[in-house]
Every structure is written in structure tokens, then in C-alpha cells.
Design a binder for this molecule. Sequence first.
Ligand code: HGY
Ligand code: MN
Ligand code: MN
Length: 410
Amino acid sequence: MTISQIDMPRFLSRLHALSEIGRDGQGRLTRLAASDADRAGRETVAAWMHEAGLEVLIDRVGNLIGLWQPDGVTGAPIMMGSHIDTVIDAGAYDGCVGVLAGIAVVEALKAAGYRPGRPLAVAAFTNEEGVRYAPDMMGSLVYADGLAPEAALATVGTDGTVLGEELARIGQAGPHEPGFLRPHAYVELHVEQGPVLEREGVAIGAVADLQGISWQEVTIDGTANHAGTTPMALRRDAGVAAAHLITWLRDRARAGNGRSVATVGRLRFEPDAINIIPGRAILTVDLRDPDAERLVALETDFAVQLDEIRRTEDVTVTIRRLARFEPVLFDAAIVRTIEAAAAARHLTVRRMTSGAGHDAQMMARICPSAMIFVPSIGGISHNPREQTHARDLEAGVNILLDVASHLSNV
Ligand code: HGY
Ligand code: MN
Ligand code: MN
């Protein structure tokens, strides 16, 4: 039976419409987890799920699930999905492609009169980005039993809000227990967010593994003092200590085997005045490596460097751990299914590692999971210039269609 193709004009129109939800006066897109913009995005996606004939279910941490279970079709579902929360000043594709593709796949299967051997589900997981509430991939982590719902709901955000209160405020604190629908398998379509597929001219990434992630918040305390009267030899400058750490991290990551990465994405000084030596510096440290031992070595060297900074800069340093996820291997059989589906459509395909974190890495804890990547133009992401060609999106959505329909009948 030939399954009718995806309705790409409708998919692209929805992708554009979703990308307009959460723009500020300067046109920047920010739809942080459990914000008013997230509410608007969720309500829009839920409406599209209803339009597709999905039953819309929300769990206690706001994971939004659309379920297609034709009469008489039983068993654990094949789940597709991703997230619709964004970073700050975000692009239009990260996460949204995977959620809208899942809906489009169900619509195509229904339009073709296809009867799945299993139910199909589409998830939009809460707080994948972790920008407002850490850790990232929080909703899927709870869904996969990696974090208690109560702990997630009690999380205090960078703005001092509490996740559970915000979810209730936006009407997204659902009744279902996270994990209430145990998938038979999970497949996530996502833009690569890196340069590999475009550089090699490959259409589809069959993601075999995903690198380990370590997030920490570092607080450095020195002594605030007068910028004019304090001799250099008498300073306890938290700002200089932070600067040493940032350049050390860059050099240490470069010295690895080319796969370690280190990022200081947030930095603030206190009291933050032109003529006061910073008494305090607060920075975030994001360390990643596909190899578990190399990631530990990176963290260990960083801890040693913190001791060195304590000594040389005469400051105190405290650490707050925000996230720690081991590298993840995806399901080899589903990876092969992705490769076979690409070959059947005469699309070039290659196996690869995901540099970014994704909900699939959490779902891999509870069911066979894998990811499909499509190229990012210029390898840009977490940036308004994030973009993927429509022809590449169409290829990715069709591979998701092929893989999900195959899995629903095995
Ligand atoms: O941090 C990540 O890799 C993902 O975008 N949350
Ligand atoms: Mn994402
Ligand atoms: Mn992201």
C-alpha cells in the first residue's frame, strides 16, 4: 500500500505559524518553558492535534501527548515528538519540526486509510531547553522516571518562579502521571543543529548516539572594592578569576581530541558597576563529550583548576550542579530502519552522534529510541538564523512516516 505523502504546505504553514508565537517588539522569538508564550504555543499545537483526530492528554509536568488509537488497535504506542519550548532569541525549527512532523505523519496515515498495528502518539515534552528551569530535557526525564514529578514541579527558575506554579498558571498542569503511556518505541525528527550533514551533502542523519552533558553553576566570591584606590596586589577580583576560568575551559576543550566542548553561556558580576572591583562572579559551565571517561576527565581537570583559581586569585568558589547526563546509545535496529528508509527513497544517509541534548536521550531509558536528523544551513542553531531547506524537511518527515509506520507493524 502506498501511503499518501505528507501534506508539506500544511506542515510548513504550521511551522511558520508556531514560529510567530512568542516574538517580542524586536521580532525575537523566545518561548521559554511554562511562559505565556509557551501557553500560546501549546494551545496552538493541541488544536492541531485535535484537528488531526488525536486525543490530547497532558501529564502532571505538562508533557503534551496526542494519541491516535483506532478502534480495536491495542498495545504500547509508537511515539514520535520533540519539544516546542525555545531558547532566548531562538530559531523556528529546533524541536518544533519533530512535534509538527509527528502530527503530519498521523494525518498522512489516516488520509491513506492506513490501519496501524499499534497506536501512534505525538509528544511535545515540557522544558527541553532548560533555559528557565534546569536541567534541560526535564519533561522527558520525568516521563522516563529519571526525576520525580514533585522535584521537577518544585524547580525554581532563573527568574525565581516555580515550575509547578507556572504550569498551573498557564493551565498546562495535566492530570496524567508522567510515563502513563509507555511507548513501544520512540523516534524523534530534529534539525541537526550542527555542520556535518550540510558539509558532507548528506540528506538524512541516522543518529546512533548522543554525547554526555554536564551543567554547573560556578559562584566566585572575592572582595568588592574601589576601582581607583585598591592596588592591584591587594585585590580579590572575582571578575578576573572568572576570566581565567573561561579561557582555561576553551584551551582545555581544544586540547582534547576535538570532540570535547566547553561553553560559558551565562556570566554576571556583582555589584556590576564600572568603578567597583567585582566582589562576585556567577557563571554557567556546559561541558560535553561523546565518551563517558573523557567527560569525567574534563570535569576532574575543571575541579582541579577551580582549586588553582582559589589559590592564585585568593577567592572562594562554590559549585551548584544543574544537570549531568551520560552519553546515550540509540537502538541499533531503529537506526538501521532509518538507514533502510532513506535508501528506499534514494536519499543519502550517514550515522552520526548528536552534539545537542534531546528528549530521545531520556526516552531511550524506557524504550528503544532513535533520531532522524536533517541538515541545518550553515550549521547554525540556537540563533534566529537557524534554518533548514524545505526539501530537507520533506525528506525528514517522509523518513519519519516510513519508520513510524514500519514500527507500528512489527
Ligand atoms: O542543551 C541542549 O543541547 C538542548 O538544546 N537542550
Ligand atoms: Mn531541540
Ligand atoms: Mn535546543
